[in-house]
Design a protein around this ligand. Structure first.
Ligand code: PLP
Length: 436
């Protein structure tokens, strides 16, 4: 066959490594998937969505408005509700952060926003700093744009800000800082580790971005996709809160996790000059995300149904999180070489095995786990190679999102059986570094 005339961008883009794992989970009967980042279906707010949709469609005037194209930026009323909601969570009025509905864009999931920003900001060879590990799918965006991803280690308080500063010093000394466009952080209950950026690190992050913004602004992309799924402790201030002039921080989140991913509606609050560029690009993509869904969400927020739903959801996910942590203790506590994070929210636990115990996609453990009927995501998908070209190969992402508490417990027991079957248990008695 004569080859397709593909663009450089298409040639740089591969299928997400995680798609295989999602397909596998769907195809294999009886498999317990601790891999998929799907949302718990039993908790979808079906009645609330039906009521809000019916209220629109039963009213011919409202229906005609909602079924027409909307605007590229999104429904003004919903943008106003979002800016109020985000600022209320931070205990400030929008004006205190130089924000209004004009600074908000509604997107087809927050994933679209991540991609649009990539188009707006990155040329091949540019640098983006991520956490190690980071959200797998974002690595795909960076790869498509030809970006060089560099990473900063995490500890139990999230991104290590001292290590970030050391990297910025190094980039400044080598002159490569001219290529650094953005620092990306999933700062609440991170996908994939479940870790949260500690309160005192948040203002420091903004200070560093400002300090090193000499030739151009170094932006911070705060991906708060899991912020509302909080099970313990108080809500922490956003990083955006420390950007009172609305210049450095792009705050993005989504209705996928706290409401339903099928709505595929995300949003971002960002600097005005960047927003204009993003809207031009979004005009080319789709000139506006689903107008009907935006009207439905606006009603859900206005009636209080959304807030009630999120509260209920927290209770249900908390039970699942606890089930996973209890099962890990029950099945792995006698193997001190295995450690795991204790997330205060979100959908993920990150388990670390000893260094010589490979959890990677082509290794024996993942195969044996599949034979036992359990699936996890190999941690290496979340990493980019370090200076020596190395990535950790002994980590796993475990999701408690879709499975029931009983399935979660059984899935973890199966993982332990897979360990035993490989006769690696004795080897796992040595201790190793831990994230939490
Ligand atoms: C950290 C993070 N950001 C963004 C997204 C994108 O979600 P959506 O496009 O459904 O809003 C996800 C989805 O899993 C995520 O985990």
């Amino acid at each position: 066959m004569i080859p397709l005339p593909l663009s450089q961008q298409a040639l740089r883009t591969a299928d997400s490594p995680i798609s295989y794992f999602i397909r596998k989970a769907i195809e294999t009967d009886g498999l317990i998937s601790l891999a998929a980042g799907l949302v718990d279906e039993s908790n979808f707010p079906i009645a609330d969505l039906a009521e809000a949709t019916a209220a629109i469609l039963d009213d011919p005037v409202a229906a005609r408005i909602a079924l027409q194209y909307g605007s590229t930026q999104g429904l003004p009323k919903l943008r106003e509700q979002i800016v109020q909601m985000v600022c209320a969570a931070d205990g400030v009025r929008p004006a205190e952060l130089n924000l209004s509905a004009k600074d908000v864009v509604l997107t087809t999931g927050s994933q679209q926003l991540l991609y649009l920003l990539g188009e707006a900001l990155f040329d091949p060879g540019d640098i983006v700093i991520c956490e190690a590990p980071s959200y797998f799918v974002y690595h795909g965006v960076l790869q498509t744009r030809g970006v060089r991803a560099m990473s900063v280690p995490m500890d139990s308080d999230g991104m290590d800000i001292d290590a970030l500063e050391a990297l910025l010093v190094k980039l400044a000394a080598s002159g490569e800082i001219a290529k650094l466009k953005l620092i990306y952080t999933v700062d609440y209950f991170q996908n994939p580790t479940g870790l949260t950026l500690a309160a005192e690190r948040r203002p420091r992050l903004v200070e560093l971005a400002k300090k090193y913004s000499t030739g151009h602004r170094i932006l911070i992309l705060e991906d708060a996709a899991y912020r509302e799924l909080r099970y313990d402790g108080p809500d922490l201030p956003s990083i955006k809160k420390y950007d009172p002039t609305n210049q450095y921080v792009i705050y993005t989140s989504t209705f996928s996790k706290p409401c339903a991913p099928g709505l595929k509606t995300g949003y971002a609050l960002m600097p005005q000059d960047l927003l204009g560029v993003v809207l031009n690009l979004k005009g080319n993509h789709d000139f506006g995300s689903s107008n009907l869904i935006q009207h439905v969400l606006s009603r859900l927020l206005a009636s209080g149904a959304y807030a009630r739903h999120v509260e209920k959801l927290r209770g249900s996910y908390r039970v699942k999180r606890d089930a996973m942590l209890a099962a890990l203790t029950e099945s792995f506590a006698d193997l001190p070489g295995v450690t795991w994070t204790i997330p205060a929210g979100g959908m993920y636990v990150w388990a670390t095995f000893p260094e010589e115990f490979p959890t990677g996609p082509s290794g024996d453990f993942v195969k044996r786990c599949l034979e036992e009927g359990v699936l996890y995501v190999p941690g290496e998908f979340g990493h980019v190679p370090d200076d020596a070209g190395m990535i950790p190969t002994n980590e796993t992402r475990l999701s408690f999102g879709v499975s029931t508490p009983d399935q979660i417990a059984e899935g973890i027991r199966r993982m332990r059986r897979a360990c035993d079957a490989l006769r690696v248990a004795p080897m796992l008695t040595m201790t190793t570094g831990t994230l939490a």
